[in-house]
Unconditional design. Structure first.
Length: 459
């Protein structure tokens, strides 16, 4: 009875919408109305459950609805500060674009562009033209094309080349990437039969050779990007596989996974093959990601012999997996930087982070520590191990420096949560009971934000 009385006093949506606290909000009318409706619904269910015995006044309800509207106005996809030390953090968006690449995206995003328009001749052009020559120049490949991501590249290649026949691949390379991308299942999807050859740890050239028959359409090599088979293990050198394909008139396809254009041995990363090595070995079709070690936008890059690339471009699936103008803009700038390896190392965040020297990392950690101390927050510089991430270089970590923040009045988990649940989240790592911010993935310009976030969390 009493509940009914309270429920009747809950204001109508329109009544509340004219409240100054809400009418003054600079937010789309639909989102404010939705927030008010939800606020009133929440009140109603609190009354019904007996949790609320009297109604707050209209000012308080309007203020709460306004707060709800402001909270929901924040996009759920928004920037974070990465203090995990994982450079290609898949959950945090993989590679960060270079400044030039980001500017190139902004330049084409808001207006018209030459996406498929040839300004020289004043007629229709091709979206592939913006990248193809540059990719050929950087890698030495005969021809190239770009699709949405590497999974799409593999899908397109196997559909165009393998459909209706068999594709031979080593048992040791039956990779699963996160998100249910698995080589055997992709093959089925593409209408080709997988002919598994060799064993988990050893596959010889003769295993491929013995598997070749009238149904064979291609030989597939997959980089085991996210795992390694070590010990008593072997697979034929790429050049020998290519030679075998040549002898039988079969294309050799390689899913390179990360696909590094830079020689990473300078960063002490020794087991990541380069794209140029595969091109040089004569592989007919090579595919790799744009946003892993390349350090560009999400994309699938395909390099290879012109006759096969032409076949891919004409395939019906090509349209379904094509890239948009923003990707092309970002990729062009990223690839352009590779024409000067030193410039690539400096400008492309993935490479500059991987190449950061230990003394530089230490001084950034010491600076952050000092800034935190100035704010009355206790922290120490400690040794840490960064990861390449993105499923690359699974067997290797990179020595780094981190700042271990004392949780003060909070628990370590509480500190982690307080920093994570911010408008601009700070994502750290808990290791051996300590909250760590690995400075390899922090940029100098982010340090003031980190400092403010920690200070607020510990207040
Ligand atoms: C990462 C990866 C893929 C998928 O690439 P995306 O660009 O994420 O679609 C496919 N194959 C291998 C071997 C990989 O490492």
């Amino acid at each position: 009875m009493e509940q009914q009385g309270i429920l009747r006093k809950i204001p109508k949506v329109d009544e509340l919408l004219s409240h100054p606290a809400l009418s003054a909000l600079d937010l789309p009318a639909g989102s404010v109305r939705d927030a008010v409706r939800r606020e009133l619904e929440a009140l109603r269910s609190q009354v019904l459950s007996g949790a609320l015995e009297s109604l707050p006044d209209h000012d308080a309800i309007a203020a709460a609805a306004g707060e709800r509207a402001r909270r929901e106005a924040l996009p759920s996809l928004r920037p974070v500060i990465n203090g995990t030390g994982v450079v290609l953090h898949t959950n945090l968006g993989r590679a960060c674009l270079s400044r030039r690449a980001a500017e190139a995206v902004a330049a084409v995003a808001g207006g018209y562009s030459t996406l498929e328009y040839d300004v020289e001749r004043g007629c229709r052009g091709s979206r592939h033209s913006h990248i193809e020559d540059l990719l050929a120049l950087v890698t030495g490949a005969e021809a190239a094309m770009v699709v949405n991501n590497n999974a799409a590249a593999v899908l397109l290649i196997l559909s165009a080349i393998g459909r209706g026949g068999e594709v031979a691949a080593s048992r040791g390379e039956m990779v699963e990437i996160g998100g249910s991308f698995r080589i055997p299942e992709i093959m089925t999807q593409c209408g080709c039969a997988l002919r598994e050859v060799g064993t988990t740890n050893k596959t010889h050239l003769y295993d491929y050779e013995n598997a070749i028959g009238p149904e064979t359409k291609a030989l597939l090599r997959v980089h085991t990007s996210n795992y390694r088979i070590v010990g008593f293990s072997e697979r034929p050198p790429l050049a020998e596989l290519v030679e075998l394909g040549r002898r039988h008139g079969l294309p050799v396809i390689e899913d390179l996974g990360s696909g590094s254009l830079a020689d990473l041995t300078a960063f002490d990363i020794h087991d990541e093959p380069t794209v140029q090595q595969s091109v040089k070995a004569g592989v007919d079709l090579i595919s790799f990601s744009g946003d892993k070690l390349l350090g560009g936008p999400q994309a699938g890059l395909i390099l290879g012999k012109k006759r096969y690339i032409d076949q891919l471009k004409k395939h019906p699936l090509a349209r379904a997996v094509r890239v948009d103008k923003m990707t092309i803009a970002a990729l062009r700038e990223t690839l352009y930087a590779y024409l000067d390896p030193a410039r690539a190392r400096e400008e492309i965040p993935a490479l500059s982070m991987l190449g950061e020297s230990l003394p530089m990392l230490h001084s950034r950690a010491a600076l952050l520590c000092q800034r935190l101390a100035d704010q009355g927050c206790a922290a120490q510089v400690v040794e840490a191990e960064s990861q390449v991430g993105g499923g690359s270089c699974p067997a290797q970590t990179l020595p780094s420096w981190a700042v271990a923040v004392e949780p003060g009045r909070l628990t370590v988990d509480g500190l982690e949560e307080a920093l994570r649940r911010r408008e601009k989240p700070v994502i750290g790592r808990i290791s051996q009971g300590r909250y760590l911010l690995d400075v390899r993935t922090l940029r100098d310009e982010e340090l003031p934000d980190v400092e403010a976030a920690v200070k607020e969390a510990l207040q």
